[in-house]
Design a protein around this ligand. Structure first.
Ligand code: PSU
Ligand code: MN
Length: 308
């Protein structure tokens, strides 16, 4: 029978934690396979899982391997995604095709939150969500992340949206899609590599407990959209806006010159900015993603301590 159960493989550690209502944090795999170079990507993936475990939370990195959805990966599977070659970038619209054709794919924010929700996980951490690209008025390049955030009740922890995007347009789109946007200990919407974007977040929470309370209320009201927590990169790791903006402009110019379109745009830009910054942007990307995994773990703990 072609049912969900046949397509889903939940790692025993994750299955055990979920059945006992112990905290589980979902992590994505596109950031590993398409967002960072090898071997920094596998080091990051392992560090993120270790950090989450240190907080008493079970990490569940999500991917599709040989046509099967995996919720929680072992070290061999992580290595395959980080250094395997032939790893598709799977957004929510690509999941069924990847399964039917028995492909191996790394899941984006949109695909990961869809699958995490199916598995009964409430909290997810990434680096930065996708959004509305600059010049979207002519290219129409808008990430599926926004659509899936509009219809998945989940806490999503990110460092804002990637600075390569159009931040004000992304904020408008988040509003149009009924996504709750919350600054963590800040009123400023963070810009991924830098702490400030010049734009305000909508709401503010100062503690993981406040965020957990907000989400419980969100669910009690039957709301089906995500709560997006924007967590600024730590000060010691940020790249000042005026510095990163120069690299972004060069990368964007090369992207349009080479006529790169569709799902390869974001990986191309991230890679180019790593080159232009001599690896500085990679260090910042790793630091902010680990910082998000830590906050995600803290929120998950608070959620699990609350009454259902
Ligand atoms: N955050 C990072 N690096 C990444 C991504 C997020 O720090 O590579 C990935 C996520 O998987 C996100 C995707 O869903 O980039 C957005 O891609 P697109 O712009 O094609 O929708
Ligand atoms: Mn796109």
């Amino acid at each position: 029978m072609n049912s969900l159960k046949n397509h889903l493989s939940i790692n025993p550690e994750v299955e055990n934690a979920l059945s006992k209502k112990q905290p589980v944090l979902a992590l994505e795999s596109t950031i590993i396979a398409h967002g960072m170079p090898y071997p920094e990507n596998i080091e990051f993936a392992q560090q993120a899982e270790t950090l989450v475990r240190k907080h008493g939370v079970t990490p569940a990195t999500i991917a599709i391997i040989n046509g099967k959805i995996h919720i929680g990966l072992d070290s061999e599977q992580l290595e395959k995604l980080a250094n395997g070659g032939n790893v598709e970038k799977v957004a929510v619209r690509d999941i069924a095709f990847a399964i039917a054709q028995k492909l191996t794919g790394a899941t984006t924010v949109s695909a990961t939150i869809h699958l995490a929700h199916l598995a009964g996980i409430d909290v997810f951490a990434t680096g930065g969500i996708g959004g509305v690209h600059r010049n979207a008025e002519t290219t129409f390049d808008i990430s599926q992340d926004l659509i899936e955030l509009s219809r998945t009740a989940m806490i999503v922890v990110s460092a804002g949206v990637k600075a390569i995007l159009d931040i004000p347009k992304t904020l408008e789109s988040l509003e149009a899609n009924a996504v709750s946007v919350v600054g963590y200990q800040t009123n400023e919407f963070p810009a991924f590599y830098s702490r400030a974007s010049g734009y305000k977040t909508v709401h503010r929470c100062n503690s993981p407990a406040e965020i957990a309370e907000l989400f419980k209320t969100h669910k009690a009201l039957g709301l089906q959209s995500a709560v997006l927590i924007t967590n600024p990169v730590p000060k010691s790791n940020e790249i000042p806006k005026n510095v990163i903006d120069k690299y972004i402009d060069v990368a964007l110019a090369e992207c349009s010159e080479k006529r790169i379109v569709g799902k390869t745009v974001t990986p191309f830009l991230l890679k180019k900015i790593v080159e232009l910054s001599n690896g500085e942007s990679l260090k910042t990307n790793i630091a902010l993603a680990l910082n998000n995994a830590k906050l995600g773990a803290q929120i998950t703990i608070k959620l699990s301590e609350m009454e259902p």
